[in-house]
Design a protein around this ligand. Structure first.
Ligand SMILES: Nc1ncnc2c1ncn2[C@@H]1O[C@H](COP(=O)(O)OP(=O)(O)OP(=O)(O)O)[C@@H](O)[C@H]1O
Ligand SMILES: [Mg+2]
Length: 353
């Protein structure tokens, strides 16, 4: 990362938001660097939109500070913050054409007509909407409306771009395509971006860093790989991707013994722990001959096309495994299978209290 990119653009410092008696965000701190794409990920109601809106200036924090490029903006109104926002429902002006929607903010800041025209053209070109400049929002598809909202937000060349669930109104195929387009656009503009989603795949594919939130609190901040491969908590392990969770103890710092008898090599602190095993870390025994094989019972299988997800049981331990079978061969419930658990794919998180 270049020196420029390591410059902090946004700082949230001990931000708190109460609505009456209810604390929605207890204590949120985060720094976002120039050009970074940071994602707030968490279940519905965990405070993602509230946090985003505090940065935009639409919700005032109960306490704490927000800085943009080092300037305290906590008490500065939204329109003076240099922040571009794309709302979940896009919030386009229905009586204005696409071009007028994009131009709107430029008129407000008093930009000259010629410059405005050039800026609007440039933005429409970037989001590939030049042909639709004269249309009204009602004459556009959901994906096209989203691109207008994006062009409108970017036209003002904000210091930071905020996106709240930008793909939630779109069908699955369009989501994936627009996600790639958005990624490329944000990258080409080196736009500092904070986006909100409850979709883990969206977060994993788009973000430089993910902030996993749970009930207003930050559970973990890290790159997609860190979040997926080394979850810090049970909540993160379960919220992002699939996993098997085994309760047990680490003995002498080197063996994990699950409460129901299954043992695994472990490097960790002696005491109570929960083992997290991702489905792809469980293999058919012959695929990993160097690892001790165990016999498991297939309780159920789900066909996912490219792979089959097996629900296994060893003693009382339940495990999830992703694997493949030759065409025409289907695993049956009650059948036994020899498996190997890749020790490199096992992580330990604090156990339930
Ligand atoms: N104006 C308000 N008054 C009272 N409570 C509110 C207000 N706005 C939000 N809340 C509450 O704050 C909590 C967090 O809401 P928020 O919209 O930030 O969640 P979210 O993480 O964006 O969820 P979703 O994924 O469903 O959009 C919720 O419990 C919500 O009911
Ligand atoms: Mg929300």
């Amino acid at each position: 990362m270049s020196g420029l990119r390591s410059e902090t653009i946004v700082s949230f410092r001990n931000l708190r938001k109460d609505y009456g008696e209810i604390t929605v965000v207890p204590d949120f701190s985060l720094e976002i660097r120039r050009g970074e794409l940071v994602c707030l990920l968490g279940p519905s109601g965990c405070g993602k939109t509230t946090t985003l809106r505090m940065l935009a200036g639409f919700v005032s924090p109960t306490s704490g500070e927000i800085l943009i490029e080092g300037q305290d903006v906590t008490c500065i109104p939204a329109y003076k913050r240099d922040v571009g926002i794309v709302f979940q429902n896009y919030a386009l002006f229905p009586h204005m054409t696409v071009a007028k929607n994009v131009e709107y903010g430029l008129v407000n800041i008093g930009m000259k007509r010629q410059e405005r025209g050039d800026r609007v053209q440039d933005m429409l070109r970037r989001v590939e909407l030049q042909q639709l400049a004269a249309r009204y929002p009602r004459e556009l598809s959901g994906g096209q409306q989203q691109r207008v909202a994006l062009a409108r937000a970017l036209a003002l060349q904000p210091k930071v771009l905020l996106l709240d669930e930008p793909f939630s109104n779109l069908d699955a195929q369009l989501r994936v395509r627009l996600r790639e387009d958005l990624h490329n656009l944000i990258r080409s503009l080196e736009m500092t971006t904070l986006f909100v989603t409850h979709d883990q795949e969206e977060a994993l594919t788009l973000a430089d860093r993910i902030v996993v939130m749970n009930k207003g609190a930050v559970e973990q901040v890290g790159s997609p790989e860190e979040i997926y491969d080394s979850p810090a908590t049970r909540f993160v392990a379960q919220f992002i991707g699939q996993c098997s969770l085994l309760e047990g103890h680490i003995l002498d710092g080197e063996i994990f013994s699950a409460d129901d008898g299954l043992t695994l090599p472990a490097a960790g602190q002696t005491g109570k722990a929960t083992a997290v095993i991702r489905p792809e870390s469980i293999k058919k025994a012959h695929e990993m001959p160097s690892v001790h094989a165990r016999r498991a019972m297939i309780e159920a299988s789900d066909y996912h096309g490219a792979l089959t997800r097996l629900h296994l049981r060893i003693g009382a331990s339940k495990l999830i495994m992703d694997t493949q079978f030759p065409v025409g061969q289907k695993p049956t419930s009650g059948e036994e299978i020899d498996i190997a658990i890749d020790p490199r794919g096992v992580r330990f998180v604090p156990a339930l209290q």
